[in-house]
Ligand binder design. Structure first.
Ligand SMILES: Cc1cc2nc3c(=O)[nH]c(=O)nc-3n(C[C@H](O)[C@H](O)[C@H](O)COP(=O)(O)O)c2cc1C
Length: 342
């Protein structure tokens, strides 16, 4: 139904216009949730993510619901956890449009939104009135404003965290978006450790995750940039990491694109999987890892978890496969579990 009817209509529209239409209409579908539950029931898959217990390991990645406008609707799709944001401390418009591009042949998206955000105060106000009766965990992802000097990033994080932490089951510090000039430099071990210390202090006990980039050069040994960054994040007191954000690479595309920005979806899969595997090796068995990047089906979920992820998130596959995708994936995972020997 989605692929044959709705998607062709939506894909005729400019990508960002379609995005806004979907986000505005999704909340209207919440009353249909009981029908969905009856037609496509999903059993629980209780999943431990550090201090959190999720009802299942499949989450919505940041960036689809940046301002927390459709949280209940995404919960009704079956996600065990939903991450909103990136929320910046002050409102900002992001980059000029067009800034969102579909690459259907490659089941991929390029975006250069650049943290368009209503700002922490407005998002906190919306979260105050968000229905939290459904069972899901809410993550709130924060990042610095574009015009904030990198040296003041910690102040921006603190401002956003202080306003948003009352509503968050976990917080994310985003230092890995490729669309804010200079942001990724904050991943360097000498900056990231103190940034994390400060965020953890502001979070007052709410778990803090740090989202990392998939683009690293290095030897792949235990002392390259990625390994040192991961260790600094944990030394700073973060609960866990999210691997990964979008990539600047243009590998694995069947036709070239001239659009600049972060690439997500199927072409990111190998890179994100490799970073997840490295993170598990570097950090050992106990640090929670959320795996994200190119997750399209239950097989991808299993492979990402075998590579060390405790839970996973997706975004781009939802655009190509539609709102029933989370339930389809979860049903396959549950049925698989019921077949495996006890
Ligand atoms: C249009 C778009 C906007 C995004 N915005 C954000 C964002 O604001 N903050 C963030 O941490 N990640 C953002 N992401 C990255 C996703 O959360 C995710 O890490 C990435 O897309 C890889 O997952 P996927 O291949 O399932 O899409 C965005 C991704 C897309 C496609």
């Amino acid at each position: 139904m989605y692929r044959s009817c709705l998607r062709p209509l939506l894909f005729r529209l400019d990508a960002e216009t379609a995005h806004h239409i979907v986000l505005a209409s999704l909340p209207l579908t919440v009353p249909l949730a009981p029908l969905l539950d009856a037609l496509l029931p999903v059993g629980d898959l209780p999943t431990r993510l550090g201090p959190l217990v999720l009802k299942n390991p499949l989450g919505l990645a940041a960036g689809l619901d940046k301002n927390g406008e459709a949280i209940s609707a995404f919960a009704a799709l079956g996600f065990g956890f939903i991450e909103i944001g990136t929320v910046t401390p002050l409102p900002q418009p992001g980059n000029p449009r067009p800034r969102l591009f579909r690459l259907p042949e490659d089941r991929a998206i390029v975006n250069r939104f650049g943290f368009n955000s209503e700002g922490a105060v407005a998002v906190a106000r919306r979260l105050e009135s968000t229905d939290r009766t459904t069972d899901f965990a809410l993550g709130v992802n924060v990042g610095k404003n574009r015009d904030t000097d990198a040296r003041d990033a910690a102040k921006d994080h603190r401002f956003a965290i202080e306003r948003l932490r009352p509503f968050a089951d976990y917080l994310v510090v985003n230092v890995s978006s490729p669309n804010t000039v200079g942001l990724r430099a904050l991943q360097q071990p000498r900056f990231v450790k103190s940034l994390v210390e400060d965020a953890v202090d502001a979070a007052r006990g709410v778990p803090v995750f740090v989202k990392v980039s998939p683009d690293w050069t290095g030897e792949g040994d235990d002392d390259d940039d990625l390994a040192r960054t991961l260790r600094a994040i944990v030394q700073g007191g973060a609960t866990g990491i999210i691997a990964t954000n979008t990539t600047l690479s243009r590998e694995h595309l069947s036709r070239p694109t001239l659009e600049s920005g972060g690439l997500s979806g199927a072409p990111l899969k190998g890179r994100a999987l490799a970073v997840c595997r490295r993170a598990r090796r570097v950090l050992g068995p106990d640090v929670p890892i959320i795996g994200v990047g190119g997750i399209e089906d239950d097989g991808d979920v299993r492979r990402r978890m075998a590579a060390g992820a405790d839970a996973v998130q997706l975004y781009t596959a939802l655009v190509f496969d539609g709102p029933l995708l989370p339930r389809r994936i979860l049903r396959a995972l549950v049925s698989d579990l019921s077949k495996s020997p006890a």
